[in-house]
Design a protein around this ligand. Structure first.
Ligand SMILES: C[S@@+](CC[C@H](N)C(=O)[O-])C[C@H]1O[C@@H](n2cnc3c(N)ncnc32)[C@H](O)[C@@H]1O
Length: 269
């Protein structure tokens, strides 16, 4: 399952929904209380999970512009039957190149999810400069922060996690990525631009029955381990077999750390 495939995004969406930080969501909702309509752009929208998660938290009349560079994923958004008080438009934009295009026109809110850890410090700064120049509020959910707790703990878990976190810094099309440092950096930079920031954890919590998503996470760790750890192919495949056996027996739990932030310009809205 590739990192941005529709299958992967569908598998993670219910866990993302459950994980979104309630206090951060409340802060977003409070920012628009009393407003009848809201215009939102969702950056790197995938199949539209942020729209589906957020629509209950915003004023009834909503206009959404969903932006991604994957026509395949945008086609999935187009097949989503939105309620009549919602307008949804999709736009294909390479955000690494044409970010400013995505932010064109009248907007009340910029959202994103599972994006910030993929981008470089330079691109994040560019995003924050553009958002701050428009004095727009910014909600970024589910930024991976490098924490993971496996239960039971297996030999090599820590090496594999460290290897995965190292790999999170590789270039995902936006320059060498911030990886687990992204949410803290975004919060700090927004504060420097005169924003107040609400920040909270939005961890995935997988129980013994959440086999498919745990398996996908462990396969992801194993895949990059030859590049980022000193473990041999036999050690890596032995570790994955051990993990899979525990999954099959319903004895595996996993917690993966994420951070949500809501940044709001001081003195506006
Ligand atoms: C981890 S997925 C998150 C998708 C969605 N926000 C969600 O939470 O389900 C990252 C998304 O970034 C998009 N993406 C990656 N590089 C991009 C680029 N250069 N321009 C626009 N979108 C990009 C991918 O197509 C994918 O939809």
């Amino acid at each position: 399952m590739s990192e941005y495939s529709a299958d992967w995004l569908a598998l993670r969406e219910p866990y993302d929904l459950a994980a979104r930080n309630a206090a951060v969501l409340d802060a977003v909702a409070c920012a628009f209380v009393g407003q009848r309509a809201v215009s939102v752009v969702d950056l790197a929208c995938g199949t539209g999970s942020t729209l589906r998660a957020m629509r209950r938290h915003l004023p009834a009349r909503q206009s959404w512009r969903l932006v991604d560079n994957s026509l395949t994923l945008l086609a999935r958004v187009a097949s989503y039957r939105s309620p009549s008080h919602l307008t949804v438009a999709t736009t294909a934009v390479d955000l690494a190149r044409d970010l400013e295009l995505a932010l064109d026109g009248p907007l009340d809110l910029v959202t994103t999810s599972a994006l910030l850890d993929l981008v470089s410090p330079e691109w994040l700064d560019r995003l924050i400069v553009e958002v701050a120049a428009r004095r727009l509020p910014f909600y970024a959910a589910l930024t991976y922060d490098g924490r993971a707790v496996t239960e039971p703990l297996a030999r090599y878990d820590l090496e594999l996690l460290a290897g995965f976190n190292l790999h999170q810094h590789s270039n995902k099309g936006f320059g060498p990525a911030l990886g687990p440092a992204a949410a803290a950096r975004a919060a700090q930079r927004f504060e420097e631009f005169g924003y107040t920031v609400v920040l909270g954890q939005s961890d995935w919590v997988f129980g013994p029955d959440d086999r498919a998503i745990q398996e996908a996470v462990f396969v992801g760790w194993a895949k990059v381990a030859p590049l980022t750890t000193t473990l041999s192919p036999d050690e890596i495949s032995g570790w994955l077999a051990w993990r899979r056996a525990h999954l099959t027996e319903g004895r595996s739990r996993l917690r993966i750390g994420h951070i949500d932030i809501f940044a709001r310009p001081i003195g506006r809205r």
